[in-house]
Every structure is written in C-alpha cells, then in structure tokens.
Design a binder for this molecule. Structure first.
Ligand SMILES: [Zn+2]
Length: 318
C-alpha cells in the first residue's frame, strides 16, 4: 500500500510536505506538520475493518480470473462473514476501474444499442419480468480484421441526444462511426464524427454487419447470466459493465500480475467510496436499492459516516 500510494516516498496529504517517518502503529508522521496518516486513508480501503490481506486476495481473484468472481464465491472462498460485505468489496473494486481522462475509442468504431436484463431470478413463482435497460455499445474495428477496445454504458433512451452524449463520452471526435440505419444516428454524429450508416443492418442482419458490438453484447450478457447468475439490478449495471469492459480491453494482456497491479494501483489512488454511494440509486423516481439479500440497515462496518470529513486521529481508532 505504501509503495502504491507513495512510489517516491511518503508525501503528507495534510500539508503536501514530502518526508516523514513510520510510527509504531503503522501510520506515517509528517516531519513538517506532525499529522499522522495511514497508508489506506483517502483510498477505497479507508476505514475498512476487512484486513488488507483479504482485500488483496479479493483483488487478485477479481483481476486474474478470466470471468472475475461473484460476491457469493468471494464470500465462500475468503470466508467473509456476510454476503453484503463481499458484495460491497467487489463494487468498491468496480468503482475504481474508470480512470478520469481515459482515452476514448478511435479509428473505425461500431456503435449500437442493446437491451440488457428483463428477468429477475428468485422471485416467487420462478422467473418474473424485471426491468430492461438499454445499453450503448461501441467497439473498435482493427485492420485487417478483429476488434480492439470496447465501451458500454446504460442509455436513458435511443434518442439522438442520448446517443450523442454516449459517443462524446466514449469515442474520440473524428472517428469513423459505423451504425445501423436508425434515424437518431445522423443527428448524434453530426459535425463530430464521420458517420457510416449501414442501411440494411437491422435484426438478424446486424450481427453480420456489426459483428463487434454483437459479439461484445453477447459476451457481456452471457457473463452476467453465468458468473453473476443474472442477479444484477438496473442500478448496479454500470459497475458490472465497467468491469466487463476493463477485462475485455485487457484480454490480450500476457501478465495477470500486471492487471492485478493495475487494479490495486487504481484502488490506492481512488477516493473512498461510501457504502451508501454503492447502494444509491442513480435513477431518479424509484426508491433506494439494496444489494440482493440485504435486510434492514447495512452492517456497521460498512455504514457511511454521515459525510463529515475524516481526521487522521480517528483512523484505526476501532
Ligand atoms: Zn504535513
């Protein structure tokens, strides 16, 4: 943790001074202002009661396995006390994967939308109808064949404005955007992208004319139904999509160790994520969501602290 956070040596987060020493409880004391800082303070491991060795093992399973790991498997493998704790650990790891300012897709990019979900397991009477979520998908084409990186994000609808916002977030202006004949794509791409509509590409034809997005969509859906048994609600779908994209875009990485290192590095440099932010529902109009299986309030170890800023003296006090 020290190495990931302060690769060039301790820097005080309070005053910015570089230099200090380690004290008996594992914290660092700034040699300028005297403030004491834990290596985990201000990271996603801030104030956690889960041992860092458990966190690192969870991170290894998350990063190194081809399909990641479900909360239930993590709970069993690491003998974590509750399902919610395992669930929250994985969501904290998912939340660090999107680096601000990451490079957008370039070159020739296939873009399409697809519905995810629509069934929720475990309800009375077997499977009941759940909510479908429209997801925007963009995939780079590579020469002479094959695919590069992908991006996915939920869309409020398939309008020109929504698709334009998705494109601006994920595709570098100037790229060649290949779509089907849907009427919203010309306004969505206007003055920003070179648009190449494939007029006949809809329904069954689309899978051959836009093979990249259809491959990514089917892989992602299979992963959600397989590894996660379809137990993904609309509010948390973005986190799962980010995890899928992160892994897909590193599918040719030869070293799993490097992927593990990258996740830890992102986690050590990411602000704390409160439990209430994990369960917060980003969609207006419906109530707050809880992780599947949760009853009542979250366990105290994961409870949010009411938004008041932490002080170094409070760390490790439990
Ligand atoms: Zn200081």
């Amino acid at each position: 943790m020290e190495w990931l956070r302060w690769p060039d040596g301790f820097v005080c987060p309070g005053c910015g001074h570089a230099g200090g020493w380690r004290i008996a409880d594992g914290r660092f004391k700034c040699s300028a202002c005297g403030e004491r800082t834990s290596p985990t303070a201000g990271t996603i491991f801030d104030r956690t009661r889960t041992p860092l060795t458990v966190w690192f093992t969870a991170c290894w399973l998350f990063a190194s396995q081809k399909d990641g790991i479900s909360a239930l498997s993590l709970k069993r493998q690491l003998e974590i006390g509750s399902y919610q704790t395992a669930w929250a650990m994985l969501h904290r790891l998912r939340s660090v994967l999107v680096r601000p300012g990451r490079e957008r897709l370039t070159g020739e990019v296939e873009v399409d939308e697809s519905y995810f979900g629509g069934e929720e397991p475990g309800l009375a009477g077997g499977r009941a109808k759940g909510k479908k979520v429209l997801v925007g998908i963009a995939v780079e084409r590579t020469e002479p064949k094959g695919f590069g990186r992908c991006r996915m994000a939920p869309l409020p609808d398939a309008s020109g404005d929504s698709l334009r916002a998705f494109l601006i977030d994920n595709v570098e202006p100037g790229a060649r955007v290949i779509t089907d004949g849907w009427q919203a794509y010309p306004p969505a791409t206007k003055n920003l992208y070179a648009h190449e509509p494939l007029p006949g590409a809809s329904g069954a034809q689309a899978s051959t004319m836009l093979p990249g997005v259809h491959k990514v969509a089917s892989l992602a859906k299979r992963w959600l139904l397989g590894t996660h048994q379809g137990s993904v609600d609309a509010a948390h779908l973005p986190g799962y999509l980010n995890e899928f994209v992160f892994r897909f875009n590193r599918r040719r990485s030869r070293s799993r160790g490097l992927v593990f290192y990258r996740v830890l590095e992102l986690a050590a440099n990411h602000d704390p994520v409160r439990y209430r932010d994990l369960i917060a529902n980003p969609r207006p109009g419906t109530g707050p969501r809880r992780p599947p299986g949760t009853r009542g309030r979250p366990p105290s170890m994961e409870r949010a602290t009411g938004g008041r800023p932490w002080r170094a003296t409070e760390l490790n006090s439990g």
